[in-house]
Design a protein around this ligand. Structure first.
Ligand SMILES: *Cc1c(COP(=O)(O)O)cnc(C)c1O
Length: 374
């Protein structure tokens, strides 16, 4: 029996990629805004329904977020979620800002907007929410608070490439948005990322910051980093973008199969697709209620692994409980996030996963419950 991992990077046909990179051998232009990344930028802006002046491609999603925060000159405290990947919190702290952790909604895993206002102080400059698993934050609620207190909003949209809210891509909301094109995401450029922004001046700063602050060969007027997307990444993106919608349809089929097969399993809560949202079905989280299910998330995870199925405790631990932060932040201040992190498991979902394999995974979950009951 084959091992099934939580994800598998989507790749184009080998011949497609080779055809795409062939002319790099004519140009010898490997990086620094080459022809491939220029084309990818154009195609992604079309995919997003936005102007090229409002997006910037970067070496990865994390640097897109770090440099967006710098470009927007945030100060002091930033309200954010601990129920996320390391990157979101690290990007804030690495910019010498203080993350202030707000709890999340039990049902959709995104920021609980009713708890934001009590965290705002004179030092707060921004809110950095995360669209989790393809779910969309309460965009209107967040905007209302941000407008009332003069705060900037940067969305971590690493999970939601291809998701639409009220028919529009998620780059259209907030002051700025970061997407990740990492190998494990719905759309990948191997590593890669993209920053989207309303104010075109941010684009100017980003262009500087991602290339050492070099204005022209003799003028360096910013203390920049190096975060450019290279041509091989962009070529992978061009190939993968052609089949991203098809990949999302396959994920949807897997998603619906899981929903059907796990519907009657006591103690397992599945994610609901929100109204007004066309999901990209990027993850399949289940929340295991130990009393109802009969055992804990950890026991279920080990049982699956013994059966050569490798789910992921995503997200566990919450970022405020990381070893590097736990002396600084109180993970008990966000009880819902803390609880979810101990009960959630993301099951395998990727475009090549077969429906037969989904049956096998669900059977093992049911078998685990049955054996525990004995
Ligand atoms: C993947 C991810 C990132 C980081 O993106 P990279 O492209 O891997 O740097 C940030 N935030 C979240 C929520 C992610 O899932």
């Amino acid at each position: 029996m084959k091992d099934i991992y939580v994800t598998k990077a989507s790749m184009p046909d080998f011949e497609d990629y080779v055809a795409e990179i062939e002319d790099i051998w004519d140009s010898h232009w490997l990086t620094n805004n080459g022809l491939k990344s220029q084309t990818l930028k154009k195609e992604i802006s079309e995919f997003f329904g936005t102007k090229e002046d409002n997006i910037s491609l970067l070496v990865n999603g994390h640097m897109a977020l770090e440099l967006l925060i710098q470009s927007m000159k945030l100060t002091g405290e930033v309200i954010t979620t601990p129920y996320t990947f390391a990157s979101t919190t690290h990007a804030i702290v690495r910019n010498n800002l203080t993350p202030v952790f707000c709890d999340v909604n039990e049902d959709d895993f995104t920021l609980d907007v009713t708890k934001i206002e009590e965290l705002i102080t004179a030092k707060t400059s921004a809110i950095i929410p995360v669209h989790v698993y393809g779910n969309v934050c309460d965009i209107e609620g967040i905007k209302k608070i941000a407008d009332a207190y003069g705060l900037k909003v940067i969305y971590d949209a690493a999970h939601v490439f291809g998701t639409r809210y009220k028919g529009r891509s998620l780059n259209h909301f907030g002051d700025a948005t970061m997407f990740s094109f990492h190998a494990t995401k719905v759309f990948n450029t191997i590593e890669g990322g993209c920053a989207c922004y309303k104010d075109e001046r941010i684009g100017y700063y980003l262009k500087q910051l991602k290339n050492f602050g070099i204005q022209n060969p003799e003028t360096v007027d910013g203390i920049g980093s190096n975060a450019k997307m290279n041509e091989f990444q962009a070529a992978m993106g061009l190939c993968n973008l052609r089949k991203v919608r098809q990949g999302i349809s396959k994920r949807e089929e897997i998603y619906q199969t899981y929903k059907e097969l796990l519907r009657d399993v006591k103690g397992i809560r599945m994610n609901k697709i929100q109204s007004n949202v066309d999901s990209n079905y990027s993850y399949f989280p289940i929340v295991v209620d130990p009393r109802e299910f009969g055992t804990t998330r950890n026991v279920l995870a080990d049982y699956l692994i013994k059966n050569r199925i490798h789910p992921r405790k995503y997200f566990y631990p919450i970022t405020s409980a990381f070893d590097c932060y736990h002396e600084k932040f109180d993970s008990f201040a966000t009880p819902v996030a803390l609880k979810l992190s101990k009960q959630v498991l993301t099951l395998p979902i990727y475009e090549d996963l077969t429906i037969k394999e989904v049956y096998r995974i669900c059977q093992v979950i049911k078998k685990c419950q049955k054996e525990i009951k004995k």
